[in-house]
Design a protein around this ligand. Structure first.
Ligand code: CMP
Length: 135
């Protein structure tokens, strides 16, 4: 079954929202295959978000994503799992996210937007290999 990657970001973990977010994922029939709580090293964070390294927000993104624990997950679902998960997650900026989406409910700002979800099957494969290198 196709799978993708989701990460609960530092501010959502600090706020204790991980249970509610996982509950939404399971209720929407995403199967949780792997899960890991960890804190990014600066180098690994740079590799993970390498696609953004020339963006003006990259330094802030590195500061933020290494600021606390995150939870990474491999999620499976029949069909176009990447698109289905991104629909449930909502727009990058919570101010633009539709009601019912995870970022609408739990996102606080463009940076502190509760979760990250892979944007393509290629990104999912790359991100899963970075976060779960042992498997
Ligand atoms: P994410 O899906 O994790 O991918 C990159 C992150 O950079 C994004 O969510 C946002 O939280 C963050 N970010 C900060 N500023 C911007 C911006 N101007 N445009 C897009 N993403 C941004």
């Amino acid at each position: 079954m196709p799978s993708t990657f989701l990460m609960i970001k530092p501010e959502a973990v600090k706020a204790g929202l991980q249970g509610q977010i996982i509950d939404i994922l399971l209720k929407n029939r995403f199967a949780l295959r792997k899960m890991k709580l960890f804190r990014f090293e600066r180098e690994k964070a740079g590799e993970f978000y390498g696609i953004h390294k020339d963006k003006p927000f990259f330094a802030d993104l590195m500061e933020y994503i290494t600021s606390g624990d995150v939870i990474g997950m491999e999620l499976e679902k029949d069909g176009d799992v990447v698109t289905l998960l991104r629909e449930l997650v909502g727009a990058t900026d919570p101010a633009d996210a539709r009601p019912g989406t995870i970022r609408y409910m739990y996102g606080r700002s463009l940076q502190a937007n509760a979760v990250h979800a892979s944007d393509s099957p290629e990104s999912a494969e790359k991100e899963l290999a970075i976060i779960f290198p042992e498997e």
